[in-house]
Design a protein. Structure first.
Length: 97
């Protein structure tokens, strides 16, 4: 697994229990990471055929859509995902009365 992914996973684990993550690896070298942080969720995918992308999922997001943003560099993509997750973790949650 690429060192950028290992660093990302380590950083995400340090945010537990405020985040939940699901990691999947695929035969041709693809890596998928789904992260839930608070009321927000994100998908990261990197693969030799599909490229590198990061998405934030919303209630109206259809499954298996294209990433919100593509990256040429794995380090840039992992940094972007981590910044989104940290933003979500650090944003106070509103509570219903």
């Amino acid at each position: 697994m690429p060192p950028e992914i290992l660093r990302l996973l380590s950083a995400l684990h340090s945010l537990e229990p405020r985040v939940f993550l699901r990691l999947q690896t695929f035969n041709l070298g693809g890596i998928s990471i789904h992260v839930t942080a608070g009321h927000r969720s994100f998908d990261f995918f990197a693969g030799p055929l599909s490229g590198i992308g990061v998405s934030e999922n919303h209630d109206d997001t259809a499954p298996f859509t294209a990433p919100d943003r593509y990256f040429d560099d794995l380090a840039d993509a992992t940094a972007h995902l981590l910044s989104l997750v940290r933003e979500s973790v650090n944003t106070p949650q509103s509570h219903a009365a």
